[in-house]
Ligand binder design. Structure first.
Ligand SMILES: Nc1ncnc2c1ncn2[C@@H]1O[C@H](COP(=O)(O)OP(=O)(O)O)[C@@H](O)[C@H]1O
Ligand SMILES: [Mg+2]
Length: 256
């Protein structure tokens, strides 16, 4: 097992956000964690990447107990994260944002850069553009690309489809599949359960800090409770979502 989370408890002050979460991600898998707003998805990812401390429980990665390991050492160990809300550097160019993703690595990054530009041709076209002037979808691509620059063994994705227009949502999910096919294990957190379950191998459902279900993703697509709670009832159509608005001054030409 590449990543093993064992009965973790996490608190914000006195409030318990995670009340004994256990989950596993095997090498090569896409595992999705679905759940409503406030269920504890982001907290789970932040705890795996070392941004939140454990109150109890254990996290094992690649055969080692990393429960107390500092966040930057987890990046070096192979845990890459594309955070909720993207967290790109708005004043830095696309290329510099990508380089930041590999800050902890030494040596030539041209191969990694070429791979990211191949996955995201849009980023290649806009190398010199300030990150903050990219549209929402482009910023999402940049955040994923930046995480890939560190060559992670597992990529943690926090709601990559949030706020994107339906066409871009499709695009992001198919790129996630491609990243996985090329050998990166993925732990995908989503409110967009329909799409996440379609690309994932296995899935966990989280409700108020606890895992309430785990199964093969295809089985959850057919699960009446999951359909009622997360897939919009009978049809399971994804909800319509907000358009992909440019973040600031809209699309300028690439300046490189
Ligand atoms: N910084 C914080 N301070 C206090 N409570 C928080 C903080 N971040 C999250 N929480 C609480 O922890 C719970 C889980 O939040 P979160 O992990 O962000 O859920 P999700 O990502 O599933 O929407 C929620 O009840 C939320 O209000
Ligand atoms: Mg969240």
């Amino acid at each position: 097992m590449l990543l093993e989370i064992n009965d973790i408890h996490v608190h914000y002050g006195k409030i318990a956000a995670l009340k004994g979460i256990s989950l596993e991600v095997d090498e090569g898998e896409i595992v999705t964690l679905i759940g409503a707003n406030g269920a504890g998805k982001t907290t789970t990812l932040k705890t795996i990447s070392g941004l939140r401390p454990l109150s109890a429980g254990r996290i094992t990665f690649d055969g080692k107990d990393i429960s107390r390991l500092a966040g930057h050492k987890r990046v070096l160990a192979g845990i890459g994260q594309s955070p909720e809300g993207r967290g790109i550097f708005p004043g830095m160019s696309v290329a510099d944002n990508l380089h930041m993703g590999a800050y902890a690595r030494k040596g030539d990054l041209s191969k990694e850069l070429a791979e990211v530009y191949e996955l995201f041709p849009r980023l290649a076209e806009r190398k010199g553009q300030a990150g903050g002037t990219m549209s929402g979808g482009e910023q999402q691509m940049l955040a994923i690309g930046r995480a890939l620059m560190a060559k992670p063994k597992v990529l943690l994705l926090d709601e990559p489809s949030m706020g994107l227009a339906p066409m871009l949502v499709q695009q992001i999910f198919s790129i996630i599949e491609k990243i996985n096919e090329r050998g990166t294990t993925v732990l995908l957190v989503e409110q967009n359960a329909q799409q996440a379950l379609q690309i994932a191998h296995r899935a966990y459902v989280i409700e108020t800090g606890r895992i309430v279900k785990s199964a093969a993703a295809v089985d959850l697509l057919d699960d009446p409770e999951v359909r009622a709670a997360y897939l919009g009832g009978d049809l399971g159509e994804p909800e319509s979502i907000a358009a992909d608005e440019p973040a600031a001054t809209a699309d300028g030409p690439a300046k490189d």
